[in-house]
Design a protein around this ligand. Structure first.
Ligand code: GLY
Length: 436
């Protein structure tokens, strides 16, 4: 079977790695990913040029295309591939609105009475935002309605001082049509612990994966700018130290109900559904959906797959997904990023990665926004690579991942605290406080 992975980052490298032993692997990537290029036939090209990707798939008799990032989904890559007879792991443009149009997503919760939503409002005029915020006595989160590459969401108490700053930022979002919509969505700010559940969806049913927790802040102790994610962990049993089986089941139920609603309101959703939840004192609430794997969370779960990923892909496209099995291990992923990240002063510099030493320790390397050139691996301004380890406990996996990070040299840093007992216990204590 020929499978095409579309995308160039660590998430796509993890997808490709999980497929490589069972398929003829092809990749379509905007930059030459040092890991993916070694294990596939590949073409370098813009993943957003959906007709060109479809032509490449047709020329190479691809059976299934697996779409990694959200941007080509928004451009209708699945519609284009399907038009050309290629089956896809990824939703159509209209079903992908669950990520690409936050107002569609929130309205779905309302119209179909799905549990786990929150107080929100969509605005087109800044005066209306001001009026609303003058009367709303809680902190809020300001979100552009469309895609902004993870950089548009701003939270009062984090990036914004107070609701007055929220008003100013809302004007900016509307005036600049940030994310492609001259609208802004204002949501109540939830207090709790964030967690991620990803699920394989076949249009009607879903198979959930182990929960994971990402660390969006750039620096140790959850300080600094919000980034695409600096690392993540998952635990044995598929839960997290602060997440009970009931919390997990409730969150999966929200995802199941969402899947049914998307099929009615748009089209059946085939692919990966990523639910980002906040565990609050009132149970899990949905913060947002992504129409693809999480990055870094894909790196936690894909190496633990016991059911071959190719079989899962076939079940997704054939519409008969059943239970998907995972090894019962904990995992820790640490992202190595350029010094100063999210600033970009080290873009273009060379780093060295001793893959053999990392693999000998039992860890894995997944390359992200770097490019393989004749003289070595070049940094860009974004996250460079994920190092992932598994173990019988989070602590054991963390120690391996941390040690493996020593084998990456250059002007780079990573968060040494991701997955440490100290930080994990802080999450557990936080949840206990909220529940008391
Ligand atoms: N971990 C955040 C994301 O994948 O969007």
């Amino acid at each position: 079977m020929k499978v095409l992975v579309v995308g160039t980052g660590a998430r796509e490298h993890a997808i490709a790695d999980a497929l490589k032993d069972d398929v003829e692997l092809y990749c379509y990537m905007s930059k030459i990913n040092p890991g993916m290029s070694k294990i596939s036939e590949f073409k370098q090209g813009d993943e957003g040029e959906v007709e060109k990707v479809a032509n490449y798939a047709v020329e190479n008799d691809i059976d299934i295309a697996f779409i990694g990032p959200e941007a080509p989904l928004e451009k209708g890559i699945v519609d284009e591939l399907e038009k050309n007879g290629i089956k896809c792991v990824g939703p159509t443009q209209s079903a992908a609105r669950i990520e690409t149009d936050k107002s569609f997503m929130r309205k779905l919760f309302e119209d179909y009475n799905i549990e786990g939503s929150l107080v929100y409002k969509v605005f087109e005029k800044s005066e209306d935002v001001s009026k609303f915020l003058d009367e709303f006595d809680r902190d809020v989160v300001v979100k552009p309605v469309g895609l902004t590459g993870g950089k548009g969401v701003k939270i009062v108490g984090d990036h914004l001082k107070d609701n007055e700053e929220a008003k100013l930022y809302s004007c900016e979002v509307i005036d600049n049509a940030m994310g492609g919509f001259a609208q802004v969505i204002i949501e109540e700010r939830l207090i709790g612990e964030e967690f991620t559940i990803q699920a394989f969806c076949d249009g009607e049913n879903l198979a959930p994966m182990p929960a994971a927790q990402d660390h969006p802040h750039a620096f140790e102790g959850d300080t600094g700018a919000i980034t695409g994610g600096m690392g993540s962990y998952s635990d044995v049993g598929g839960l997290l130290p602060f997440l009970t089986q009931k919390d997990y089941d409730d969150a999966v139920n929200i995802m199941k109900n969402t899947l049914k609603a998307i099929a009615k309101e748009a089209e059946p959703y085939k692919g990966i559904l990523y639910g980002q939840f906040m565990l609050t004192a009132d149970g899990p609430k949905l913060i947002e959906y992504n129409a693809r794997f999480g990055d870094p969370e894909a790196m936690n779960v894909l190496p633990l797959l016991k059911t071959p990923l190719v079989d899962v892909c076939k079940a997704i496209v054939d519409g008969n997904i059943d239970k998907v099995e995972f090894y019962d291990k904990a995992s820790v992923c640490k992202y190595i990023v350029p010094d100063g990240y999210p600033e970009t002063e080290h873009a273009g510099e060379i780093i060295t990665v001793d893959e053999e030493a990392i693999e000998n320790m039992g860890a894995k390397v997944f390359y992200a926004a770097v490019s393989q050139e004749d003289d070595g691996i070049h940094l860009s301004g974004s996250r460079a690579l994920g190092i992932v380890a598994s173990g019988d406990t989070i602590e054991e996996a963390e120690k391996i991942a941390e040690k493996a990070c020593e084998h990456v040299k250059g002007n780079v840093y990573h968060r040494t605290d991701v997955g440490t007992s100290e930080l994990v216990n802080k999450r557990v204590e936080h949840m206990k406080e909220l529940l008391n």
